[in-house]
Structure formats: structure tokens, C-alpha cells
Design a protein around this ligand. Structure first.
Ligand code: NAI
Length: 272
């Protein structure tokens, strides 16, 4: 259902790799709500992904950018403003990658070159993106910037590896940059902490199957889907959430506030 919540709004959506991507669903929902945007992803992901189909469907242009590269980001931001015909109202940062996770390195046996690469891609890229937007004065007043995160930033999930640290850093950047963006440009910055979701990045986590099933059983409302995340992001891009900023917002079916659920207790009970 469409409510025209984003009519006349312009933005950039990072991270749509394939139709499972949270950014893909978000692009579809933003389009349905009347928003216009530029799609972007790392040049290498363009070759692997199906982003052209999404661009066609949503009437969007694609500008490749490695989100760790400042020249790419500068080009992306200035061209997006040109293409869309004005300053931006929304930006979605939906980017994550750990080389240690990909290559099966344990948290206690990290290759620090890989740690640094994953940190740059998953966390610092958010600072770089915001700094580029800020210096170019590319955001409209009351604009909204959202990045996606996971609860491993607050609590231990052993197989989430160094991504837990990257997410903690990402959430801190949202608060720190959000302060300046709010004070000086009236722009809000938030992170959405999403349930485990079966995407390329999600399924890269060891034992993802057990992980997602456990979360499902622990959450009173069940796991939030990629579409649920897209819908929540639409509300944060809309004018209905103008003074929500510097927040880490859980979209997780209640998981983060549950100690244990009856289903999980039943799984451990020795009573007949
Ligand atoms: P995905 O694999 O579809 O998206 C990750 C995206 O990051 C891909 O499009 C990839 O090309 C992009 N990317 C990687 N390196 C990049 C670079 N250097 N420059 C620009 N883009 C780059 O997976 P998903 O799950 O949609 O991930 C989106 C976000 O949601 C990530 O931040 C992820 O950590 C977060 N998240 C995912 C959860 C899950 O269980 N899938 C749970 C909570 C948060």
C-alpha cells in the first residue's frame, strides 16, 4: 500500500546487490511512496548484482561508487544532486562486509589488514559518506540519513566476529555526526538495528541458519523481514519523524528486550 509519504523527495540508496538485499526492498518501497533516487554500489558489485533491473523498475540512474573512496563519493554526491535536480532529502547506507568472516578467520585470530578493510567498508564509509554530503551542503533541511546495524554491537554473538565491532563503531558515528548534522543543517541521522535477514551479507555469517531460527523463536512478533526494514526506513525518511535523531532503533520483533521465550525454555526443559 502506498501513502505518498515521500512525494517530491530525492535521495541516494547504497547497497542494493540483488532482490534479497534490504536496500533493494527499500528502493522499491521508496519508489512506491513517490521518492526519486540514485542507486549506487561498489563497481565490483555492479558486475555481480542485478541492479540494472531495479534501476529500470524504479526509473533511477546508477552511479557506481566504492563507499571507502572519497573521490567516488564526491562524484556520487555532486552528480546525484544534478540528476535529481536539487539537494537530497534522504540517504540509505546499507553496506557491510568483513574479510575475516568471508575467509573464515576466527575473532581470536584476526588478520588485521582484513580487520581494517572491513572496518573501512562497514563503518568508516558511513562517516565518509556523511562528510561528503556535509561539505557539499548536499542535504536539504529536515533531511534524513539512515544506516543499518545489528544487535551484536550491544551483545555478544560469537560468530558475528569483527562485524560486531564495526557495527558498534557505525552506531557511534551516527550519534557523533548526527549532532553536527542536526545543529548545523537540521538533518537527522539514525541507525536501524535489524533482525537476522537472509541476504548475501547475512548468510555470510557462520551458522546463520541456527542464528535466524533462534531469533525467530525469541521474538514475540517473529523476525523482521527485509520488507519490514524497508517500511521502517520509509517512515524515517518521511516528515512524520522529523525530530527523531541520534537513535539506534530496533526493528527486530521485540528480540532485543526478551530474556528468554517459552519456546526456547521448552527446548531445554527436562520435564515430561
Ligand atoms: P547485501 O549483501 O545484500 O548488502 C550489502 C551491500 O554492501 C552489497 O550491496 C555490497 O555490494 C555493498 N558493499 C560492500 N562493499 C562495498 C563498498 N566498498 N562500497 C559500496 N558498497 C559496498 O546484504 P544486506 O543484509 O542487505 O546488508 C545491508 C546492511 O544491513 C548491512 O549493513 C548489514 O550489515 C545490515 N544488516 C543485515 C542483517 C542481515 O541479517 N542480513 C541484520 C542486520 C543488519
Amino acid at each position: 500500500m502506498s501513502y505518498n509519504l515521500l512525494k517530491g523527495k530525492r535521495g541516494i540508496i547504497f547497497g542494493a546487490l540483488d532482490e534479497n538485499s534490504i536496500a533493494w526492498k527499500t528502493a522499491e518501497r521508496v519508489h512506491e511512496e513517490g521518492g526519486k533516487f540514485v542507486l549506487t554500489n561498489a563497481p565490483i558489485a555492479m558486475r555481480m548484482g542485478q541492479i540494472n533491473a531495479l534501476a529500470e523498475k524504479t526509473g533511477s540512474e546508477i552511479i557506481p561508487a566504492d563507499a571507502t573512496n572519497l573521490e567516488d563519493l564526491e562524484n556520487l554526491v555532486t552528480k546525484s544532486v544534478e540528476i535529481l535536480g536539487g539537494k537530497l532529502d534522504f540517504v540509505l547506507h546499507s553496506i557491510g562486509m568483513s574479510v575475516n568472516v568471508r575467509k573464515g578467520k576466527a575473532y581470536t585470530d584476526q588478520n588485521y589488514d582484513w580487520t581494517q578493510k572491513g572496518w573501512d567498508v562497514s563503518a568508516v564509509s558511513f562517516h565518509k559518506t556523511m562528510q561528503t554530503l556535509y561539505k557539499n551542503d548536499a542535504m536539504s533541511e529536515w533531511g534524513s540519513i539512515v544506516a543499518l546495524t545489528y544487535m551484536a554491537a550491544q551483545r555478544v554473538f560469537p560468530d558475528y566476529n569483527d562485524m560486531a565491532d564495526n557495527k558498534a563503531y557505525l552506531e557511534s558515528i551516527a550519534r557523533s555526526f548526527g549532532y553536527f548534522f542536526g545543529k548545523e543543517k537540521k538533518v537527522r541521522v539514525n541507525t536501524i538495528s535489524q533482525s537476522p535477514t537472509p541476504t548475501t551479507a547475512g548468510q555470510g555469517v557462520k551458522g546463520f541458519d541456527g542464528f535466524i531460527n533462534y531469533a525467530e523463536k525469541m521474538s514475540p512478533l517473529g523476525n523482521a523481514t527485509a520488507l519490514d526494514c524497508a517500511n521502517y526506513t520509509v517512515t524515517l525518511f518521511s516528515d512524520l519523524t522529523k525530530r527523531v535523531t541520534l537513535q539506534n532503533l530496533y526493528n527486530d520483533g521485540g528480540f532485543s528486550n526478551v530474556g528468554v521465550s517459552q519456546e526456547v525454555i521448552d527446548g531445554f526443559s527436562t520435564d515430561k
